[in-house]
Design a protein around this ligand. Structure first.
Ligand SMILES: *Cc1c(COP(=O)(O)O)cnc(C)c1O
Length: 490
């Protein structure tokens, strides 16, 4: 399969690239992104065939339709990482919460958040491409909390790969920080910076674009890559679980094949929602995709009014920090799919130059045929956490809770909804403890204990163990010193 570019081709780059090329160098002409030239079609027969398949069988068959330039043995090895999830037979359980509302739990991997769904297999794929090319790659990651642990976990001890991971010191939860600073593989470097997530992200973008940094790396025989969520190598693994979740409802006899469902996605950079959209286009029966946001509600406004407006916006820190994003990168792939590359380039140029774009009313209708949206503030989210625990005996994290508001305001209650849960309660325990009991905890360990007492849920050993694990990564520096620190590590 060939990959084409969302903003057209600048003639310096080839018009088409392979999957491997799109992974290694994910930024396309004019700063655009790579997308598959044509999505494969999965018939109803495909769904029928996989009613009794394992997650891995489904994934392997679906990926084969993409005809990517990765050996089958490498794909199999990548998919075998789902065996490390809580239940190797069903890495993504789908739980009925109440009549017509189901939650697909994407957090049963090694770092307890949904980033594992894509980053686990992606680590194997990238490392195998690096080995085949006999090159060494430095992966730069900036994290507000979930990407960092997942990237470190997937790349640790992988051949031909080194990772430098930047996080804002004091800007993550204790659990997220401990997951990073207790990683002790030689090919990993974790760097805390005095600053906020945006500072880490800005330094990363500067380094990725810096010729002097790249030539310093070349002297050390290292090329630069990134594992951020615009990489199609991550998106491809995010199509699978939407199909799996649908089939789970069929297995539970909650729907019959062909019946349409809502997919309700707590969204930030739109990778998860894009995976659902692609699954739909490939043939999954979907009624609509519901985009749930927190107070950073640019996506709600886009889908309700057609305006992407950042002119008076700055990022608000919320109780669902993984969704504290204003420039939602993967929306570009939807624009491309619906309106083509010329229009996409124009809209994104407007956003970059004027912090604003507006769709025509025809374009907005087109968008609204596929999407609806609402946002939920932190106080509402905490009420949903408490309410759903009390009345449905279901404990959800603050990201997942944003789906409940839009479930109530956007969905026809007669049609079934799959809401996606993106993090385990253990990762955002202080907000959840506060929601359940009103207490205010300074440390995660206290919040974890009190949630456990309140709910009778056990704190998983891997989370509890973090608090007594040796801290091996203790670098905390000013943002000006990051480049020097990374070169020292190499
Ligand atoms: C990354 C993340 C999200 C946002 O997902 P996108 O694919 O970027 O939209 C939501 N919740 C959690 C917990 C996350 O880690």
């Amino acid at each position: 399969m060939n990959f084409i570019q969302t903003r057209g081709c600048d003639k310096n780059r080839p018009q088409y690239v392979t999957f491997s090329q799109a992974i290694l160098d994910p930024i396309a002409s004019f700063g655009g992104l790579y997308v598959p030239e044509k999505l494969p079609e999965l018939s109803e027969e495909f769904l029928n065939k996989h009613i009794n398949s394992s997650y891995k069988e489904l994934a392997s068959d679906m990926l084969s339709y993409f005809e990517i330039d990765i050996d089958k043995s490498v794909i199999d090895e990548a998919l075998s990482l789902y065996d490390k999830f809580d239940d190797a037979n069903n890495p993504v359980p789908v739980v009925k919460v109440k009549e017509n509302l189901y939650v697909s739990e994407l957090y049963h991997g090694p770092t307890r958040a949904f980033k594992d769904m894509a980053l686990q297999p992606f680590g194997i794929i990238l490392s195998s491409i690096a080995q085949k090319k006999n090159e060494n790659y430095l992966i730069l990651a900036a994290t507000s909390g979930d990407t960092g642990p997942a990237a470190l976990e997937t790349f640790k001890n992988r051949t031909n790969i080194k990772v430098a991971c930047l996080y804002p010191d004091g800007g993550t939860s204790d659990v997220q920080r401990l997951q990073m600073v207790t990683e002790d593989a030689k090919n990993l470097k974790v760097i805390g910076i005095n600053g906020v997530f945006d500072d880490a992200q800005n330094v990363l973008k500067k380094l990725l674009a810096s010729d002097s940094f790249k030539s310093a790396l070349r002297e050390k025989h290292v090329s630069l890559s990134a594992a951020n969520s615009v990489n199609f190598g991550r998106i491809i693994f995010q199509i699978i679980y939407h199909i799996h979740s649908y089939l789970e409802l069929v297995r539970q006899a909650s729907i019959t094949i062909g019946e349409k469902v809502y997919l309700n996605v707590p969204s930030g950079n739109f990778g998860n929602a894009l995976g659902g959209y692609y699954a739909w286009k490939m043939g999954l029966p979907v009624e609509k995709i519901i985009i749930s946001s927190n107070e950073n509600n640019v996506l709600t406004k886009l889908i309700k009014t057609g305006k992407y407006d950042l002119r008076d916006s700055s990022v608000i820190c919320t109780t669902s920090p993984a969704m504290d994003i204003l420039k939602s990168s993967n929306v570009e792939r939807i624009l491309f799919d619906m309106f083509g590359y010329e229009r996409t380039r124009k809209l994104i140029e407007n956003l970059e130059n004027n912090n604003f774009y507006e769709l025509t009313s025809d374009e907005l209708s087109r968008l609204r045929e596929c999407f609806d949206a609402d946002f939920c503030n932190g106080e509402e989210g905490k009420k949903y956490i408490k309410d759903y625990f009390t009345n449905c005996n279901y404990l959800m994290d603050p990201h997942t809770a944003t789906c409940i508001k839009s479930y109530e305001t956007c969905c026809d209650p007669k049609i079934k909804t799959i809401a996606y849960s993106t993090a385990e309660w253990t990762k955002f325990s202080s907000v959840i403890a506060n929601a359940l009991t009103g207490e205010v905890d300074v440390h995660d360990i206290d919040a974890l204990e009190s949630i456990s007492k309140e709910t009778n849920l056990e704190i998983p050993a891997m989370i509890k163990g973090l608090f007594s694990k040796e801290i091996t990564q203790d670098t905390i520096i000013e943002k000006e010193d990051i480049e020097k620190e990374i070169l020292k590590f190499l």
